[in-house]
Design a protein around this ligand. Structure first.
Ligand code: UN1
Length: 496
């Protein structure tokens, strides 16, 4: 019988008030139940919110360097537990062990960055226009942050949100995706073991439509950070707009890699394989379009398809596996649907386009890595996010055309250009509409200490990661200290 897990609310591990649970299964073999997790309801969220505000009162008075010390210990614990967490993550969401280790490492990096920020967390001091007067800005925490996170980076993405929020002095309510509740639990355990005051973090499991919505709609959760689909993000945007909440959205992508005729083709080949099929294509940053210069098109496509054909599918825990399963049945159906759309649109299916044969993978949500060539700019296959192992290849004649095609989608998260021409590369950096541009590297591989986010319908102007996310989780307080001993009127006395 699989273990039954709990929420963490009010400083304790507690069963949901609904009495309801959902099953978490291994996507590589759905017969394996990893655990039963709470299907939380509105009452659980209400309790979490009350508790978080109590936690906030303790936490906001803790000096930022001490908050940082706790996050450093969280980083140490995640490092000690890296292998155990990576294995748990592979079992519950399927990506290969090398990648789940990387995912935990991204959490560790984020913890250490946050720890160091505890001794920085800069405000500014600027001259006042008046004599004997100081003018400064400092940061205050906002209060309670609601964090709603996806399945594909079950450690990296929650920590991107949670650690900066905590470092700035906020309490958090964390709702992980229903596909990855175990990794979420292990993260909260690390926080508590590191000495975080218990009511500063609340873990509420459950569905987006019930538990997630209850967090977003609760009037006492003034900050919401969400990573997921553009459709859900837009709905959240409406609610948060109506309720005057601060909202950070990280949503869809349709990222392209441009390969020019002067590129190092071997390098580009390794890059596209990793970008398109790493995490089984289930990254917001995945390379889902390849814009291939006509002069290298046929040769590159042939070698690419040979390599794709050889990619080994399987259980991510096995060292020989290169590509794991999709997360669940709806994800697999969506991929099948898009392959059908590609066929109907007249694109040429070069490799993949089917589930693998054989009994061995028959109990998992596997799909063969797939390449379509002859894809038309503007077609649905070229425009819409699939979130699976499907690469659309578009033939291009020039860098200008490639940039136009790159920019011709509603999203703008990541982008990549392989070229030997430094002038062209810099032009592309300026003209490509995306939050991230890689030169001679694939569209995936963002590092924890740089801003991460996208333009257009990928986001709403905020960034995670690096120094910038600390602005999202702080209120700016402007302070004037007038030590002149008399009334000084700004603008008026200054220019008398
Ligand atoms: C995501 O796909 O949502 O750059 C995050 C990358 C990872 C993070 C991806 N470091 O691909």
């Amino acid at each position: 019988m699989a273990k039954t897990y709990k929420n963490f609310i009010g400083g304790r591990w507690v069963a949901p008030t609904t009495g309801k649970y959902f099953e978490n299964r291994n996507p590589a073999d759905w017969r394996e139940v990893i655990g039963r997790f709470p299907s939380s309801g509105k009452t659980d969220v209400q309790q979490a919110v009350r508790s978080a505000w109590r936690g906030f009162e303790v936490w906001r008075r803790t000096p930022a360097p001490q908050r940082g010390d706790i996050l450093r210990r969280v980083g140490d614990l995640l490092a000690q537990r890296k292998e155990e967490i990576a294995r748990a993550m592979t079992r519950e969401m399927g990506k290969v062990l090398a990648e789940t280790r990387g995912d935990v490492q991204e959490g560790i990096d984020t913890a250490y960055y946050a720890a160091s920020e505890g001794r920085r967390l800069f405000g500014r001091t600027v001259p006042s226009e008046l004599r004997d007067k100081w003018a400064m800005s400092t940061r205050r925490p906002v209060g309670v942050a609601g964090l709603i996170t996806p399945f594909n980076f079950p450690m990296a993405i929650p920590t991107w949100k949670m650690f900066p929020a905590l470092l700035c002095g906020n309490a958090v309510i964390f709702k992980p995706a229903q596909d990855v509740p175990l990794t979420g639990t292990l993260l909260v355990e690390a926080l508590l073991d590191a000495g975080l005051p218990p009511e500063v973090v609340q873990l509420v499991h459950g569905s987006g439509s019930v538990a997630g919505s209850a967090i977003v709609e609760h009037p006492k959760v003034p900050v919401i950070s969400f990573t997921g689909s553009t459709e859900t993000g837009s709905r959240l945007g409406q609610t948060c707009g109506r309720m005057h909440k601060r909202l950070s959205l990280e949503m869809g992508g349709k990222n392209a890699m441009i390969v020019m005729d002067d590129a190092d083709l071997d390098l580009a080949l390794d890059g596209v394989l990793w970008g398109a099929f790493g995490t089984t294509g289930q990254r917001c940053t995945a390379t889902s379009r390849l814009l291939l210069h006509r002069k290298v098109h046929d040769r590159f496509l042939r070698t690419l398809c040979d390599r794709v054909e050889q990619l080994r599918l399987g259980d991510g825990l096995l060292p020989t596996t290169e590509v794991g399963p999709l997360i669940n049945e709806p994800a697999l159906r969506k991929v099948e649907e898009y392959v059908e759309i590609g066929r109907k649109e007249g694109a040429s299916l070069e490799v993949g386009g089917r589930r693998p044969g054989g009994a061995k993978l028959g109990n998992g949500w596997f799909y063969r890595p797939t390449v379509f060539a002859g894809v038309k700019a503007g077609s649905r296959l070229e425009q819409e996010e699939i979130f699976g192992p499907v690469l659309a290849v578009v033939r291009i004649n020039s860098l200008d055309q490639a940039i136009r095609v790159n920019n011709g989608v509603r999203y703008g998260l990541s982008s990549s250009l392989y070229t030997g021409d430094v002038n062209g590369a810099f032009r592309a950096i300026e003209d490509i509409q995306a939050g991230i541009t890689y030169v001679n590297a694939p569209t995936i591989g963002a590092e924890a200490h740089l801003p991460f986010g996208g333009v257009k319908e990928t986001g709403n102007g905020h960034r995670e990661g690096g120094w910038q996310v600390y602005d999202f989780y702080s209120e700016t307080k402007t302070v004037y200290v007038d030590y002149s001993g008399r009334l000084q009127r700004a603008q008026i006395d200054t220019y008398e």
